[in-house]
Design a protein around this ligand. Structure first.
Ligand code: FAD
Length: 550
């Protein structure tokens, strides 16, 4: 059960790790891992630099002016995909990409320890829909898609396809294979789960009156049908209740799935998005089952780096954009602060792709621009990369790529070395990446984020090690390092009304006389690689729809 938001805030603000833990992990008799020996530090996306957006008057006046053809702001997957598309579709045009962080990739960030690279955020891509030819072309150019089989289905690089065993769930003290609860689940619950899966299968195949799939990725390719979109007005939890789904095992599985991809449980997700989550997955491959995923030790940073290589034009990191406005001659004036030189440059751009999250975008585009009333909910996230001297075993299924505890408020961990093509000695250290979508709701999201960012390293370490001990009793004592990252704004949650509300549709329209094009997963309402890739592509096409010299 998730801790009610207000209770979490009260406890977090008390600043006492034990109180915070009692709320988030539950009562843990006798669990006091020896922690002070565990080394590491707390990181996060450039909060200090980003927060200077709140007081732009404190940033220096421009020292130079520079003209650019196409300026891309934000080097996450959306911005990098726009840059790659612009290079491929219009190789003669020049681009400049500005990124606030020291590296591009955005939420698809990665780090490493002495043993391996590991993800700090996005870590996998499910098999793409074979009809998404643009995404497939990117994967082929990257070498992940190696060809097509006799049936016409893509063949994927075996080293990128998640190896066996892929998933395990700690349920009733036993590790079962797969995350859908099975071991010891009563017959009535199994029947309900089977009914839900049959309904998903029906929706997966369903098409609307216009012949389009009811659910597709990217989501804007789904059927444009008022009846289907009606599902966006209620919560997934209400939809489940209305359709007689009460099984605690099914409800847990769905809450887990939505927290894993959206950061929030079924009660905060629209029914359209909750059904889309399962029914839009239509990936197929010649050499893998439909539910296979593509993953790398550094997670989706691998894909972000490939996008960057396949683009062209200068990339300038450590640079905070803090103002965008239209000037008299129809150009766009952008002010950018270089954190390395501590100087501001005034850039005059013909066209701008603005690939920043909405909480940034709305600060950059000040009045007189009228912005759509988009109000995305972003849950804060904790990601922890642990180096553990012992093997995370237990009864049942062995260590898998994804390892989850039934009933946990956390999301479990990924074995960062799962794709390593070598054997492991029994006592070799392991690198585990923990994921935790911290509870939030629209009424107190700001306070929740503030408290998440204010909590200290020791608080978070206690939280993670206690969860580890619940999964593997005694293992927390063998943790050598715990590197932590808190995302203040993890990813957008598709709350009721967000995906098919008017504000999201308006946000796809160009601004500032058609010269500024927004591109970010906040404009999709679902934050996955496929959406980011297509956001970038859409923005690049919108840029090129305007004559180069206008
Ligand atoms: C913990 C976590 C796990 C995830 N796991 C997965 C997963 O397994 N698979 C998956 O597909 N997706 C996952 N996601 C979702 C992931 O966010 C998307 O797939 C995608 O990477 C989002 O890309 P984006 O470009 O839309 O946004 P972002 O990644 O938010 O990129 C925005 C960029 O803009 C930059 N920026 C912001 N403000 C400024 C400014 N003023 N000036 C200059 N630059 C600025 C930021 O630094 C950032 O680089 C995960 C997300 C999180 C947080």
């Amino acid at each position: 059960m998730l801790l009610p938001r207000r209770q979490f805030i009260t406890q977090a603000s008390a600043g006492v790790a034990g109180t915070l833990l009692a709320g988030l992990v539950g009562s843990v008799p006798g669990c006091t891992p020896a922690q002070s020996a565990v080394q590491g530090k707390l990181r996060g996306a450039g909060h200090a630099l980003g927060h200077r957006l709140r007081t732009p008057g404190g940033l220096p006046a421009p020292a130079h002016t520079q003209a650019v053809d196409i300026l891309i702001i934000g080097g996450g997957v959306s911005g990098l995909a726009a840059r790659r598309a612009l290079h491929q579709l219009a190789p003669g045009r020049t681009t400049l990409l500005l990124e606030m962080e020291a590296d591009t990739g955005g939420n698809a960030a990665a780090g490493h320890n002495a043993r391996t690279a590991y993800p700090w955020g996005a870590h996998y891509l499910p098999l793409p829909d074979a009809r998404d030819t643009e995404l497939l072309a990117f994967l082929q150019e990257t070498g992940i898609l190696t060809g097509y089989g006799p049936t016409g289905l893509p063949i994927y690089d075996e080293t990128a396809l998640c190896h066996d065993p892929a998933e395990r769930l700690l349920l009733h003290g036993h590790w079962q294979a797969g995350l859908l609860p099975e071991a010891g689940v009563p017959a009535a619950d199994r029947a309900e789960i089977a009914r839900f899966l049959a309904e998903i299968e029906r929706l997966r195949r369903a098409t609307g009156p216009d012949g389009r799939d009811l659910f597709r990725l990217p989501l804007d390719w789904s059927v444009a049908d008022a009846d289907a979109r009606q599902l966006d007005t209620e919560s997934m939890a209400d939809w489940l209740a209305r359709h007689g789904y009460h099984s605690e095992y099914l409800r847990w599985y769905l809450d887990y799935s939505y927290r894993d991809d959206f950061g929030v449980p079924a009660a905060q997700v629209s029914a359209w998005a909750g059904l889309h989550y399962f029914a839009a997955r239509k990936g197929r491959a010649h050499n893998a089952p439909p539910d296979a995923v593509l993953t790398w030790p550094q997670g989706n940073h691998y894909l972000a780096e490939a996008l960057r290589r396949q683009g062209d034009g200068r990339v300038q990191a450590n640079t905070l954009v803090f103002s965008i406005k239209e000037i008299n001659n129809g150009q766009v004036e952008v002010l950018a602060f270089d954190n390395a030189t501590q100087q501001t440059t005034r850039l005059l751009a013909r066209q701008v792709v603005l690939a920043t999250p909405w909480h940034v975008t709305k600060h950059l585009l000040a009045a007189p621009v009228t912005l759509p009333p988009l109000a995305p909910l972003h849950a804060p996230w904790l990601v922890a990369n642990l180096t553990v001297a012992g093997y995370p075993g237990g009864p049942g299924q062995p260590l898998s790529w994804d390892n989850v505890r039934y009933g946990s408020p956390a999301l479990g961990y990924i074995d960062a070395e799962h794709q390593a093509l070598r054997g492991f000695e029994g006592d070799e250290p392991r690198s585990l990446t923990f994921y935790w979508a911290l509870p939030t709701n629209p009424l107190d999201a700001v306070a929740a984020r503030r408290h998440a960012l204010a909590s200290n390293y020791a608080d978070w370490r206690t939280l993670v090690l206690t969860e580890l001990d619940l999964m593997h009793p005694g293992l927390a004592a063998q943790v050598q390092a715990a590197e932590l990252w808190v995302w203040g704004h993890g990813m957008v949650a598709p709350t009721p009304g967000y995906v098919w509300g008017a504000a999201r549709q308006q946000a796809q329209q160009p601004l500032l006389g058609g010269r500024v094009h927004l591109a970010h997963t906040d404009l999709s309402g679902i934050s996955v690689f496929e959406e980011a890739f297509h956001q970038g592509l859409r923005a690049a096409r919108a840029v090129l729809a305007r004559p180069a010299n206008s």
